[in-house]
Design a protein around this ligand. Structure first.
Ligand SMILES: [Zn+2]
Length: 140
Protein backbone atom coordinates (compact mmCIF):
# COMPACT_ATOMS: atom_id res chain seq x y z
CA UNK A 1 0.00 0.00 0.00
CA UNK A 2 2.79 2.43 0.86
CA UNK A 3 4.76 1.62 -2.26
CA UNK A 4 1.76 2.26 -4.50
CA UNK A 5 1.06 5.63 -2.89
CA UNK A 6 4.56 7.10 -3.09
CA UNK A 7 6.50 5.20 -5.75
CA UNK A 8 8.77 8.06 -6.85
CA UNK A 9 9.77 9.06 -3.33
CA UNK A 10 10.36 5.47 -2.26
CA UNK A 11 12.52 4.88 -5.31
CA UNK A 12 14.86 7.71 -4.41
CA UNK A 13 17.66 7.57 -1.87
CA UNK A 14 15.34 9.17 0.70
CA UNK A 15 12.98 6.20 0.47
CA UNK A 16 14.20 4.25 3.53
CA UNK A 17 14.34 7.43 5.62
CA UNK A 18 10.79 8.28 4.58
CA UNK A 19 9.53 4.83 5.55
CA UNK A 20 11.26 5.00 8.93
CA UNK A 21 9.89 8.48 9.60
CA UNK A 22 6.37 7.43 8.62
CA UNK A 23 6.59 4.39 10.90
CA UNK A 24 7.84 6.53 13.78
CA UNK A 25 5.09 9.10 13.22
CA UNK A 26 2.48 6.36 13.11
CA UNK A 27 3.84 4.80 16.32
CA UNK A 28 3.78 8.17 18.09
CA UNK A 29 0.25 8.86 16.86
CA UNK A 30 -0.96 5.46 18.07
CA UNK A 31 0.80 5.96 21.41
CA UNK A 32 -0.76 9.41 21.79
CA UNK A 33 -4.19 8.01 20.95
CA UNK A 34 -3.84 5.17 23.47
CA UNK A 35 -2.58 7.60 26.10
CA UNK A 36 -5.52 9.89 25.37
CA UNK A 37 -8.09 7.11 25.68
CA UNK A 38 -6.62 5.69 28.93
CA UNK A 39 -5.48 8.84 30.74
CA UNK A 40 -8.25 11.13 32.09
CA UNK A 41 -5.71 13.86 32.89
CA UNK A 42 -4.62 13.95 29.30
CA UNK A 43 -8.24 14.09 28.18
CA UNK A 44 -8.86 17.20 30.24
CA UNK A 45 -5.57 18.68 29.04
CA UNK A 46 -6.43 18.05 25.40
CA UNK A 47 -9.91 19.47 25.78
CA UNK A 48 -8.48 22.58 27.49
CA UNK A 49 -5.90 23.06 24.75
CA UNK A 50 -8.54 22.59 22.06
CA UNK A 51 -10.90 25.02 23.79
CA UNK A 52 -8.33 27.78 24.20
CA UNK A 53 -6.04 27.37 21.22
CA UNK A 54 -8.27 26.05 18.44
CA UNK A 55 -7.68 28.93 15.97
CA UNK A 56 -3.93 28.49 16.20
CA UNK A 57 -4.30 24.73 15.87
CA UNK A 58 -6.55 25.10 12.82
CA UNK A 59 -4.09 27.54 11.22
CA UNK A 60 -1.17 25.24 11.95
CA UNK A 61 -2.92 22.17 10.57
CA UNK A 62 -4.00 23.96 7.38
CA UNK A 63 -0.50 25.37 6.86
CA UNK A 64 0.95 21.88 7.30
CA UNK A 65 -1.52 20.44 4.77
CA UNK A 66 -0.74 23.18 2.24
CA UNK A 67 2.99 22.61 2.71
CA UNK A 68 2.65 18.86 2.20
CA UNK A 69 0.56 19.32 -0.96
CA UNK A 70 2.97 21.92 -2.35
CA UNK A 71 5.95 19.68 -1.65
CA UNK A 72 4.24 16.73 -3.34
CA UNK A 73 3.34 18.77 -6.43
CA UNK A 74 6.83 20.28 -6.62
CA UNK A 75 8.47 16.89 -6.28
CA UNK A 76 6.29 15.38 -9.00
CA UNK A 77 6.87 18.28 -11.41
CA UNK A 78 10.61 18.23 -10.77
CA UNK A 79 10.92 14.49 -11.39
CA UNK A 80 8.77 14.69 -14.54
CA UNK A 81 10.47 17.71 -16.08
CA UNK A 82 14.03 16.58 -15.44
CA UNK A 83 14.43 14.49 -18.64
CA UNK A 84 12.65 17.17 -20.69
CA UNK A 85 14.96 19.80 -19.27
CA UNK A 86 18.03 17.74 -20.12
CA UNK A 87 16.73 17.25 -23.66
CA UNK A 88 16.07 20.94 -24.23
CA UNK A 89 19.49 21.81 -22.82
CA UNK A 90 21.25 19.56 -25.33
CA UNK A 91 19.14 21.10 -28.12
CA UNK A 92 20.22 24.58 -27.03
CA UNK A 93 23.85 23.53 -27.08
CA UNK A 94 23.41 22.30 -30.65
CA UNK A 95 21.94 25.65 -31.66
CA UNK A 96 24.74 27.63 -30.06
CA UNK A 97 27.45 25.73 -31.88
CA UNK A 98 28.60 28.54 -34.25
CA UNK A 99 30.45 31.04 -32.09
CA UNK A 100 29.60 34.14 -34.21
CA UNK A 101 25.89 33.63 -33.60
CA UNK A 102 26.30 34.64 -29.98
CA UNK A 103 27.23 38.23 -30.97
CA UNK A 104 24.32 38.68 -33.35
CA UNK A 105 21.88 40.08 -30.84
CA UNK A 106 24.24 42.89 -29.73
CA UNK A 107 25.47 45.91 -31.67
CA UNK A 108 29.32 45.75 -31.81
CA UNK A 109 29.55 49.56 -31.69
CA UNK A 110 27.35 50.50 -28.76
CA UNK A 111 26.63 47.10 -27.15
CA UNK A 112 22.87 47.56 -27.30
CA UNK A 113 20.40 44.86 -28.34
CA UNK A 114 19.60 44.56 -32.04
CA UNK A 115 16.05 44.68 -33.30
CA UNK A 116 15.00 42.27 -36.10
CA UNK A 117 13.31 44.33 -38.83
CA UNK A 118 12.89 41.68 -41.55
CA UNK A 119 14.16 38.25 -42.59
CA UNK A 120 17.94 38.30 -42.17
CA UNK A 121 18.14 42.01 -41.27
CA UNK A 122 18.70 43.58 -37.87
CA UNK A 123 18.86 47.17 -36.68
CA UNK A 124 20.59 48.64 -33.65
CA UNK A 125 18.17 50.35 -31.32
CA UNK A 126 20.62 53.13 -30.45
CA UNK A 127 22.77 54.05 -33.47
CA UNK A 128 20.31 52.76 -36.13
CA UNK A 129 23.02 50.78 -37.98
CA UNK A 130 21.74 47.89 -40.07
CA UNK A 131 23.20 44.38 -39.87
CA UNK A 132 22.78 41.20 -41.84
CA UNK A 133 21.97 38.24 -39.70
CA UNK A 134 25.18 36.46 -40.77
CA UNK A 135 27.89 39.00 -39.85
CA UNK A 136 27.71 42.64 -38.75
CA UNK A 137 28.43 45.24 -41.44
CA UNK A 138 30.99 47.88 -40.54
CA UNK A 139 29.03 50.88 -41.84
CA UNK A 140 25.42 51.58 -42.57
ZN1 LIG B 1 24.62 50.40 -32.33
Amino acid sequence: MRSTRLPSLLGSRYGPLLVIQSAANLLLAVWLYLEYTHNPFMQTYVSNVLATDWPEIAIGVSVAIVAVVALALYGRRYSESLPARLGSKSKLEDLEEPSNLARLDMCPFCQTPLRPISEGRLQCRKCRRYFKSSLPKMAA
